[in-house]
Write a protein of this length. Structure first.
Length: 389
């Protein structure tokens, strides 16, 4: 997003939401999720327009008639921003603003703004700034429409406007380069810390899942930590790793990660790559899902999509069905045909089923111990053979 959202004098800015379904392929629950995103970003949704189209309109993304209809509705509701639940091209965003006279944000800009608000650590802030500048670099024409543009003697566009845009593009490029260098340094430090944890031979476990599934609550329950928890999307962004005992003799390293969401901007995945490496380098993933969600399987598919993209698709995974208290379900543990734990039903807030989850993690912890022991025995045998020669 190219500018930070400012709170109005009378509270949160009022926004009108626009949810677009293309080609009859909608996303279940997308309107509700858009409203949650807007609220998480500090906005006050005052209305929603749901639009169906076969394909996007090149100029406005939606039809010109719908643009006029939404403009009237938003104006009557005193909305100062239109938020689209789809990525818009710079030209579409600019055309919509000119036609409606109202500021327009798309899904990517909204998620970037939420990440900007949530990032607390230095690394988190650097990652978000990198993502926002990468996004802004494609939209400078919108950010600098106030600059003078003159026509030369041959009727060609020129003058100080173009020069200013090029100058700012260079400045953004320099800043992006500096941010990447700082993040590279922090990534080396993170890798050193990760290797130090792995040397101990403990099982490394990473929590992943759709945003607001309850990962941080579960993390606190298992580690007795105090990670910030709230009933909102992207409540926490900054990764945390702690050692915890799952029984008297078994210690594991547990890491929390940023929540995933449909349409997570590619810039964020790239910027948070070092953080997401916690998942790609783990021995075991706990995919936390909201058991009460009506779109549970769609959310699982989105998480698995991102895991594949970051190279974590083949890591052993236990699906943790959280919030079973909301659907009146008892805690459960499911094994596959190899007697391996593949699913656990829990309630992190109520502390239900955590013993079953610890048992499931313990299975993989024991498996890693056996692998380390077997590897050590092979090394001893190889050394003995070499010595006897």
């Amino acid at each position: 997003m190219d500018k930070e959202v400012e709170q109005g004098a009378d509270g949160p800015q009022k926004v009108w939401l626009v949810s677009v379904t293309l080609g009859g392929r909608g996303h279940p629950g997308s309107a509700e999720e858009l409203s949650e995103l807007a609220t998480s970003g500090g906005f006050e949704p005052v209305g929603l327009s749901e639009v169906k189209r076969d394909k996007p309109d090149p100029k406005y993304f939606i039809g010109s008639g719908k643009v006029e209809e939404i403009k009237d509705l938003a104006t009557k509701a005193q909305a100062t921003i239109l938020i689209f639940d789809s990525p818009l091209s710079p030209a579409q965003q600019r055309n919509l603003e000119r036609e409606t006279g109202i500021e327009v944000l798309d899904r990517t800009s909204l998620i970037l703004e939420i990440f900007r608000q949530r990032a607390k650590t230095r690394e988190g802030r650097l990652q978000v700034e990198l993502a926002r500048l990468t996004h802004l670099s494609t939209r400078l024409v919108r950010g600098w429409t106030h600059l003078e543009r003159q026509r030369g003697g041959l009727s060609k566009t020129g003058g100080p406007g173009e020069k200013q845009i090029e100058l700012d593009r260079r400045m953004i490029g320099v800043r992006i380069k500096a941010l990447k260098a700082q993040l590279k340094k922090l990534e080396r430090q993170r890798n050193t810390q990760r290797k130090s944890r792995q040397k101990g031979g403990s099982l490394t476990v990473t929590l992943v899942g759709y945003t607001n599934a309850g990962k941080s609550t579960l993390f606190n329950q298992l580690t007795r930590g105090e990670v910030y928890v709230a009933n909102q999307l992207f409540a926490t962004l900054d990764p945390t790793a702690r050692r915890c005992f799952i029984d008297d003799d078994t210690e594991v390293v547990l890491s929390d990660t940023v929540g995933f969401i449909r349409g997570l901007p590619h810039q964020l995945i790239e910027a948070f790559k070092s953080t997401l490496d916690e998942a790609s380098q783990a021995d075991l993933l706990l995919q936390v899902v909201d058991a009460s969600s009506p779109v549970l399987e769609d959310q699982v598919a989105e998480v698995n999509k991102v895991l594949t993209e970051i190279g974590a698709g083949d890591i052993p995974q236990i699906r943790v069905y959280n919030k079973i208290d909301l659907i009146d379900r008892e805690p459960f543990l499911t094994l596959n045909s190899k007697e391996e734990p593949i699913a656990v039903g829990i309630s992190a807030t109520e502390g239900q089923g955590l013993d079953l989850l610890r048992k499931a993690i313990g299975y993989y912890a024991e498996k890693k111990k056996e692998m380390i022991q077997s590897s050590a025995e092979h090394e001893d045998e190889d050394w003995l053979k070499e010595f006897e020669r």
